[in-house]
Design a protein around this ligand. Structure first.
Ligand code: ZN
Ligand code: ZN
Length: 110
């Protein structure tokens, strides 16, 4: 929405100033491409929940509880009232509402 209006504005300004060149400003380019996150420190599928390997380094929560990687988990959190609608996170993972939360990665080889 915002990016589109910037683009529109710059196009309009370009027209007004008589510049007919099609120079799309790279700043306004949308960067919401979904990248494959396999190399970002995510757990492989099938790891034991609660193990050292079960960890999402990108979001610093157990991968098996990472709603940002696995949106399928969201209904389960909502069902237990563990959900922060404001930030779209489980309340137990929402450090914005609960800055005291410390989620520690389980130690290796338990
Ligand atoms: Zn994640
Ligand atoms: Zn929150």
């Amino acid at each position: 929405m915002f990016a589109r209006s910037i683009l529109f504005l710059s196009l309009a300004l370009g027209t007004i100033s008589g510049c007919s060149k099609e120079e799309a400003p790279s700043k306004a380019a949308p960067t919401s491409e979904k990248k494959e996150s396999a190399e970002k420190g995510h757990a492989p599928t099938g790891v034991k929940p609660g193990s050292h390997e079960d960890w999402c380094s990108e979001h610093e929560v157990p991968e098996s509880q990472c709603t940002r990687c696995n949106p399928d988990l969201i209904p389960a959190f909502k069902a237990t009232n563990d959900w922060c609608p404001e930030h779209g996170l489980p309340e137990s993972q929402c450090k914005i509402c609960n800055p005291e939360i410390v989620i520690k990665r389980p130690p290796k080889g338990s």
